[in-house]
Design a protein around this ligand. Sequence first.
Ligand code: AMO
Length: 434
Amino acid sequence: MENRTYAADAEPGATVTVAGWVHEIRDLGGIAFLIVRDTTGRIQVKLEKDEMDDELVETGLDASRESVVRVDGAVEEEPRAPTGVEVVPTDIEVIAAAETQLPLDPSGKVGAELPTRLDNRTLDLRRDEAKAVFEIRAEVLRAVREAFRSFAATEINTPKIVATGTEGGTELFPITYFGEEAFMNQSPQLFKQLMVGSGLERVFEIGPIFRAEEHNTPRHLNEATSIDFESAFFDHTEAMDVCEAVVKAAYEAVDENCRAELEALGIADEFEVPSGEFPRLTYEEAIERINATGALDEQLVWGDDLPTEGEHALGEDVGEHYFITDWPSEIKPFYIKDHDGDETLSTGFDMMHPRMELVSGGQREHRHDRLIEGFEQQGLDPDAFEYYTKMFKYGMPPHAGWGLGGERLIMTMLDLDNIREAVLFPRDRQRLSP
Ligand code: AMO
């Protein structure tokens, strides 16, 4: 639309064309106000019944809520208007009329349940609160990319249709690929590792991962966004340093550039950028601390995975982002390297928010023979991964990296109850459309 002015940019004295949605009509008798909303905010359009052209006033008054309209007119100062200005119209056009029965109320006055909101995401995202989450999500991804670039990492894109899984066979979505069985990729793990042996050395990817998890929880998705990092000549501690810096960069950018969105979400005052170094607890310390809280009926012993209640108890105890390092090798994937001189202890780590796990990572096994052994120990057929293992015969440097759940980062940052709030069109057990 030529010469369109955003609501937030309308200055007194200007002649403008504004376009957006009918947010509300306030009819006070002799005078009425049409509130038009666009991506920048709202603007009041004045309708004076006795003084203005009848057809113009009627078009304005008859426009149904959420219809798309264009208004030409003069901007005047009006201290009583929500933004201190109003448009005195010379022309109003209803570009796309909305039905009077709406599936949800975009003004937010009448609340709607999450499934209704997700079924009607377009209307839902006309609400400031819902929209704010995705403005922040975009800023987080921008900041994360910038942080990776500052660490000289190259952004890559790897296949999402693959021949084999890497993160456990039960969580794979099978598909048919020209008559052959294939899968949706669970993680760019093997591809990003292959890249550290290439001339790129240090890479990152932001892309979808697919997990056929059966459980339907507020923190699991069947399609999630993974923020992956991998670097040649890094050990697990160096990978953790980058992980911490990237997460802090995301918080700092939101703190600096998303004040209006934080206000819309009602968390502007309490929003805090994590300060100081994230504590690094060993797995052994973690289970001791969980046991000491008394939160679990049974004491954890070496080799146990941390149950969700245990994670919660520890998260409350620590009270900030933290790492859990030095996991037992047997509960970490085949590609994680063991500590030199102790095959039972892995270099794997998790990075936790007090509410949940955000990241898994570690140093990788780069020695070909050991890698093959790892596959066999995990009951995987190394031959199916030959495209990957083969490259470890041609000069694969020591390397480390991690994967960060994008939605979990947003969810914990904004204190959202449900991970689905951070996805436009979530995929879960019940939801394949829209
Ligand atoms: P992992 O399987 O732990 O590790 O995944 C890494 C992070 O991705 C997020 N995540 C999910 N988020 C929402 N719904 C899901 N179903 C889901 N699954 C995972 C979590 C998790 O911490 N290849 C390794 C990473 C690495 O070692 O580099 C991996 O995929 O936040």
